[in-house]
Design a protein around this ligand. Structure first.
Ligand code: DAT
Ligand code: MG
Length: 140
């Protein structure tokens, strides 16, 4: 079967706190392949598109502001069932309950703020993966 691709982001909290290497290490240790990696400062238009599914939700403004607060590491990662597999590596959205052993469980801090900062993003399905990869890496 053709390998699947997903979009992974190390969010500004992860970059600021020096977790880029650790996130990439876990992806490679699992046996997934890095297809593209780029450190960049995302603008508002890109992030509004990226989080289009959350448009209108109460946290989306704060989420976009947070995602613009510093550089992010964007990566396209390939492997069998990598969409589901990376979400499993990432762990639950809420860092307080994300299982130990997961990226969020081990590395994300709960700051007690209204916005959840949780170190990584991973596409949640084939359709969003295709959309997000085209958005972040139009040349691929
Ligand atoms: P995930 O990143 O696990 O796919 P999501 O797509 O539901 O989660 O939400 C995108 C991000 O928005 C999430 O990583 C953290 C933030 N977020 C989600 N729900 C939130 C909430 N109720 N309050 C604050 N931030 C939230
Ligand atoms: Mg999501």
């Amino acid at each position: 079967p053709a390998p699947q691709r997903t979009l992974v982001l190390v969010k500004p909290d992860g970059v600021r706190r020096g977790h880029v290497g650790e996130v990439l290490r876990r992806i490679e240790a699992k046996g997934y392949t890095l297809v593209a990696v780029e450190l960049r400062h995302a603008d508002e238009a890109l992030l509004a598109e990226h989080y289009a599914e959350h448009a209108g939700k109460p946290f989306v403004g704060a989420l976009v502001d947070f995602m613009r607060s510093g550089p992010v590491l964007a990566a396209v990662v390939e492997g069998h069932r990598v969409i589901e597999g990376f979400r499993s590596l990432a762990g639950a959205t809420d860092p307080t309950v994300a299982a130990p052993g997961t990226i969020r469980g081990d590395l994300a801090r709960d700051w007690g703020t209204k916005l959840i900062e949780n170190v990584v993003h991973g596409s949640d399905g084939e359709e969003s993966a295709a959309r997000e990869i085209a958005l972040w890496f139009p040349a691929l």
